[in-house]
Design a protein around this ligand. Sequence first.
Ligand code: BGC
Length: 380
Amino acid sequence: MKKILVLTLVVALMVSMLLIGTSCTQEQATTEESAETEATETEAAETEAGSELIGVTMPTKSLQRWNQDGDNIKKQLEAKGYEVDLQYAENDVNTQLSQLENQITKGCKVLVIASIDGSALGEVLKKAADAGIKSIAYDRLIMETPNVDYYVSFDNFRVGEFQGKYIEEALGLDKGNGPFNIELVAGSPDDNNAFLFNAGAMSVLQPYIDNGQLVVVSGQTDFTTIATPAWKSETAQARMDNIITAHYAGGTKLDAVLCPNDSTAIGVIAALDNVGYGSADKPYPIITGQDCDIPNVIAIIEGKQAMSVFKDTRTLAAKAVEMVEAIINGTEVPVNNTEDYDNGVKVVPSFLCDPVVVTKDNYKEMLIDSGYYTEDQITK
Ligand code: BGC
C-alpha cells in the first residue's frame, strides 16, 4: 500500500513538472514572440527614421585619400540619419574579407566597398546577395562577380589621359619636339584602376614612343615590370633608384616620369632627391600624379612634381550616398554609364565623376577656394 502511495506521488510530481515545463516553454515563446514583434516595430521605426546600418570598407588608412573618402561618406550618411560601420583593412585582403563578413552578420543593408584585391570578393559578395544586401564598388571596380550592383568612381581612363596629355604638352611632343627620355611607372596589379590609368596615359604617349620622340631608356614598358604592388612609395622609390643607377648615372637627362598617382610620385621624387635632382644642372623631370595629397601639393608648389589629378572625394562620397539612399528607398539609382565597366562577368551600372588637372597655376582655385584644404595645410 505504502509502495502504491509513493508511486502515485512520484507520477503526480512528474506530471506537474511536465506541465510547469510546458508553461515555461510557452512563456518563453510568448516572450520571444513579443521581443520579435518589438524588434519588427523598432525596425519599422528605424526604417521611417532612415537609420539603417550601412557598411563602408576602405583599403587603408596609410594613404590620405582613403581617410578623406571614409570620413566624407560617414559624415554624409550620418547627416541623413543612417548608422555607419566604417572599416579600414590596412591593405590586407583577409582583414577586408572578415570586415565584410561582420558587416553582413551585423545586418548592414548596403555595403560600400573600396576593394584591396578587386578579384577576391566573389564569395563574400555572394553571401551578401543571398542575404538581400546590395553592394556598391567604390572607386575601384570589383571584378569577376555578378554580385556587385553599382560602381561609383571617377573616369579613370581620363585620369591617365590627363597625365599623358600633360607630358605631351609640356615637352611639346605635339609640335614634333624630341627625342626626350621618359620612365614609366604603373599602379598595383590587383587594382583594376591601375590598368585604366595606364591605358589612358599610354593612349597619348605610345605613338611618341613608337615614332622615337619618347625614349624609355630603361626599356621597361610592360605592365608587370613597371607595376607598383599596393601602390607603395618605397617600391616605386626602389625601382627608380635602380633605374637611375643603371641608366642615368652617366649624366643622361631624364625628361619625364609617368607616375599614376601621388604615392608613387613621392617614391620617385625621393629617389631623385637622393641623387641631387633639383639643382640648375639637374632639374626635376616632369612628374605626374593623382589625388592631390598634401605632400604632393607641397611638391607641386616647390616645383618637384608638375601636376596631380584632383578627384574631389567629397563629390565621390556624395554620389555614393545618393546611391545608398536610392537603394534603400527603392528609387532609381543614379548612373551615367551602363556600357563600359565590364567586370568579367557583367557590365556594372556606373556613375563616373569628372577629374580635374591641378598644377602650380590653379591649385589655389581648385583646392583652397573650394574649401578642400586650408592654406595652412599645404604650407610647409
Ligand atoms: C585610386 C587612386 C589611389 C590609388 C592608391 C586607386 O584605386 O583610384 O586615387 O591613388 O588607388 O590608393
